[in-house]
Design a protein around this ligand. Structure first.
Ligand code: ADE
Length: 250
């Protein structure tokens, strides 16, 4: 996969992709990440990439020309087949909320182009005629789209086949399974006065799985009850949830 990031602040990307899974995926040849400075596509003497808003109003607006030129120069190198598996994404608080289903969809593409919005926003013609998706990472406003591009990249890259040690650890992800993760523990079995649940030392894998699933259900019910409406539950699990006070989803 190729990920192209268009930004006014290329230095912001120096650290995040040099560690852990993303770095390993790069070294294994699973992904190439290209950082493009939008200002390099602004050809006036001062590389101006923003301007005041037509009609008045506070906040500068990102100009269309440098962004169109930069993104189109990337797209120009793609075949039609590659284009069919390419997404051009603007990160913005107005976008579709990122979730694991969308991450999965993005991880199946060959090319992702991420444009980091800034200031008061981008010229509307970028939204109308250049991008395929507008994505928000949550209902809050960041000072720019760069952290969002880092989040999207990280979440997508770890789903690329071979990026994470075992497929099971990705499939068992909290959220991927539709439930929050059960509690996990490591050595020592007793830390200060806190002991791990006895069942985990029993060696009875069937019972351990049952315990884990119940803890997942319980945690999801307490923290994210709306998620339960989308999970296939056995009648035993439903019964268990009802003992916690779950009334079913409307
Ligand atoms: N830019 C500013 N806020 C954002 C958000 N919540 N998600 C994505 N991009 C953003």
């Amino acid at each position: 996969m190729h990920i192209h990031i268009f930004t006014l602040f290329p230095q912001m990307f120096q650290g995040p992709f040099q560690h852990s899974i993303v770095d390993r995926a790069k070294n294994a040849g699973l992904v190439e990440i290209h950082i493009h400075d939008i200002r390099e596509y602004a050809h006036d003497r001062h590389h101006v990439s923003d301007d005041a808003q037509f009609g008045g109003g506070s906040g500068m607006v990102m100009k269309p020309e440098p962004i169109f030129e930069g993104v189109e120069s990337v797209l120009a190198d793609l075949t039609q087949l590659e284009m069919a598996r390419t997404r051009v994404i603007l990160t913005s608080p107005q976008g579709r909320l990122l979730n694991q289903n969308l991450v999965k969809e993005l991880s199946q593409q060959l090319h992702l182009v991420l444009i980091c919005g800034h200031y008061g926003g981008v010229d509307e013609r970028i939204k109308q005629h250049l991008i395929t998706d507008e994505i928000s990472i949550g209902d809050y406003v960041l000072s720019g789209g760069e952290p969002a591009a880092i989040v999207v990249t990280d979440a997508v890259v770890r789903l690329l086949p071979g990026a994470v040690g075992s497929v099971a650890s990705v499939q068992g992800d909290s959220i991927t399974s539709g439930l929050l993760q059960h509690p996990i523990y490591t050595r020592p079995a007793r830390f200060r006065q806190w002991e791990i649940p006895e069942i985990l030392l029993s060696g009875n894998h069937l019972e351990i799985e049952r315990w884990r699933r119940q803890r997942s259900l319980e945690r999801t019910f307490r923290c994210r009850p709306e998620m339960l409406g989308k999970v296939r539950l056995t009648s035993e699990e439903l019964l268990y949830l009802k003992t916690l006070g779950y009334k079913g989803n409307p």
